[in-house]
Write a protein that binds this ligand. Structure first.
Ligand SMILES: NC(=O)c1ccc[n+]([C@@H]2O[C@H](COP(=O)([O-])OP(=O)(O)OC[C@H]3O[C@@H](n4cnc5c(N)ncnc54)[C@H](OP(=O)(O)O)[C@@H]3O)[C@@H](O)[C@H]2O)c1
Length: 303
């Protein structure tokens, strides 16, 4: 139970992967009062000390959502139909400033457009990077950027292994499986970085970039890691143009793999940032092998 003199953190996306992890980590730390924000507070009673309505598409809701908050965590959901990440984030930054928020933490991604010299277009990365300047220039006492990795959870959801034409279970993806380019992690662990940053603005509140990275792998290494756990997954490389037509959103995913291959997920050597993120979180992130042992369903072939 939070006491009345604890600083209040308002968390956008509290019902989702990232914001949910932030709520749980803040609660575990016990240092802050937590306000979960959602478009449907009635459906999510009891999620945190307070559950308050916030809709990034209705900026008028944000005044009450951020009222009295010391800190705000913001994530936007590119994948929800009709989302304009720049517009939503701009509204959130403005409302937070007006509410007197001291520490703003934004879940960003690298600027693919800039780093690839305009060759690659990955709007769900670049669109978030374009928000960074707005956060920097807003004049908060403290601001921090966290970078979510390629979720391990993608491998059991959107990118779960599929039955292939040759009868095997595995992946057919537009990426060179020998190129090590994927910074990955258990997204439930982003919360300890965010909570740590709110607790240590002296170390991470001056525009630091804090990526969560549990492993850095090629697709061959991902498959080998899983197959050491008695799976028999296959991998086949498919041309980007073919993959891009397979399902709605496939072109965006194909371009994302091209990015991983050419520049890596984080786009540059980020070892110092990763080390700082781990220090702020007070823990080492979980490796894929450890996560998979608990979370990867046994393959039908080996059951
Ligand atoms: N999958 C990956 O590997 C990966 C890697 C890096 C970054 N990302 C990024 O992660 C983001 C999604 O984050 P997530 O996975 O944590 O989300 P999620 O689990 O899909 O949940 C979406 C969250 O966004 C909230 N939301 C959506 N529209 C909103 C609005 N208009 N106003 C207020 N809240 C809104 C929802 O809240 P309510 O429904 O309760 O209102 C919900 O909590 C995407 O932008 C994606 O690009 C994904």
């Amino acid at each position: 139970m939070a006491s009345s003199n604890q600083k209040l953190i308002a968390v956008i996306g509290a019902t989702g992967h990232q914001g949910g992890a932030v709520v749980r980590a803040l609660q575990a730390r016990g240092q802050f009062k937590v306000r979960a924000l959602t478009r449907n507070p009635v459906k999510h009673r009891g999620l945190a000390d307070e559950v308050v309505e916030a809709d990034l598409n209705r900026p008028e809701t944000l005044k009450a959502a951020f009222k009295g908050a010391y800190g705000v965590f913001l994530v936007t959901n590119f994948w929800e139909q009709g989302t304009d990440e720049l517009k939503q984030a701009t509204a959130a930054v403005r409302a937070a400033k007006e509410a007197g928020v001291q520490h703003f933490i934004w879940s960003t991604l690298p600027d693919v457009e800039a780093i690839s010299g305009g060759k690659l277009h990955v709007p769900h990365f670049t669109g978030k990077a374009k928000v960074d300047r707005i956060v920097k220039e807003a004049g908060f006492a403290h601001h921090t950027f966290v970078i979510a990795p390629f979720f391990y959870q993608n491998l059991v959801s959107l990118l779960a292994p599929q039955k292939q034409e040759d009868g095997t279970l595995g992946w057919a993806l537009p990426v060179d499986p020998t190129v090590r380019g994927i910074h990955m992690g258990d997204i439930t662990e982003i919360g300890s970085i965010v909570a740590g940053a709110f607790a240590h603005p002296d170390q991470a509140g001056s525009g630091e970039y804090l990526p969560l990275v549990g492993d850095f792998m090629s697709f061959d290494e991902i498959v080998a890691t899983l197959n050491r756990q008695e799976h028999e997954f296959s991998f086949k490389r498919v041309p980007r143009e073919v993959f891009a037509t397979l399902f709605p959103g496939a072109a965006e995913i194909a371009a994302t793999f091209a990015w991983f291959e050419a520049h890596t997920y984080l786009g540059s050597d980020s070892s110092a940032q990763i080390a700082l993120a781990n220090q702020i979180a007070g823990r080492q992130p979980t490796k894929l092998s450890t996560w998979a042992r608990v979370n990867f369903p046994t393959s039908p072939a080996t059951r």
